[in-house]
Design a protein around this ligand. Sequence first.
Ligand SMILES: [Mn+2]
Length: 341
Amino acid sequence: MVDFFNELTENIQKHNKIILMTHGTPDLDGLGSAIAFSEFLRLMNKECYIVAPKNLINKGLNKAINFLQMNGVTIPFKHENSIDGTEDLLIIFDVNQNNFVESPLLLERIKDKIIIDHHSKGLNQVSDTICEYVDDEKSSTVEILGEYLKYLDIQLDSGFYTVLLAGLCIDSDDFNFKTTAETFQMASYLVQKGADLRKKQEFLKEPIDVVFERYNYIKNSILIEENICLSVVNDRVCSSITVAKLADEMLKFENVDVSFALGIGKNGEIFVSARSLGDVDVSKLMVKLGGGGRPSSAAARIYDGSVNDVIESIKTIVKEDEECVSYCLRMSKNKARKTTL
Ligand SMILES: [Mn+2]
């Protein structure tokens, strides 16, 4: 990691203008990391821009941005078309697939690229980087970026640490996923640096009707195999975030170790999110649908076919995947044993 940090620092020193970018429909982990990084670059007197998100719909992230702006922070957003890109350095956070970045256009336009990410590498990985740190064992991009801030031994305004802590909590699902001793150490570091736990909680709070609606979909979910649950947003157009949260939530229930959620987006695309407690690698399953992610958390976006087609595809993939099959067998044996007892 230190080698990467040295290389990152060298490359920042070499470039006058630095562009930061995360994935489309950004979240607190990706954009929060980019925002904290932009502050560090500002302190270094570097010209720096964050590629302006086209789809800023994440409520927690919007609350965090408002909070920073209320505290006098100017977030250096710039539209992709206003970034010419020559001689720039592009640092990409929380994504390594070229079809998921905020601006594929800038991937083409900017030659020097660095990636900091915690997702598994997939088929469409951004390939021509100067250097990268991609570790799918980490809970979040914040966990990696935070190590860099620690290594630099700098102090930012406390608000940035609050935003970073919120990103870490979201991505680790409150220290339930991919959480190691280092994740807790990072949380501890962020709190020491001034992260406000109360404020972080406010970013993550949801309106009660949203929660009720989610539980309604869960109520109508089905078990497609032993301990594998599937839920559909079937009565309205929704966002990828709605689907992701639905999949997250189902894992909280007894007898659910793997979950799938899907729904239709406003452009007719079908969002699929998959989650796993670790027995089944859902990123492999999502790759089969043209998506990707991490073993415990993955997603796909499908542009042709109906919701029912996608449900059938998921059922087929589950039935054909060796890991899934042996897991289901194990689960049904356990259940049989319990019934006998
Ligand atoms: Mn992330």
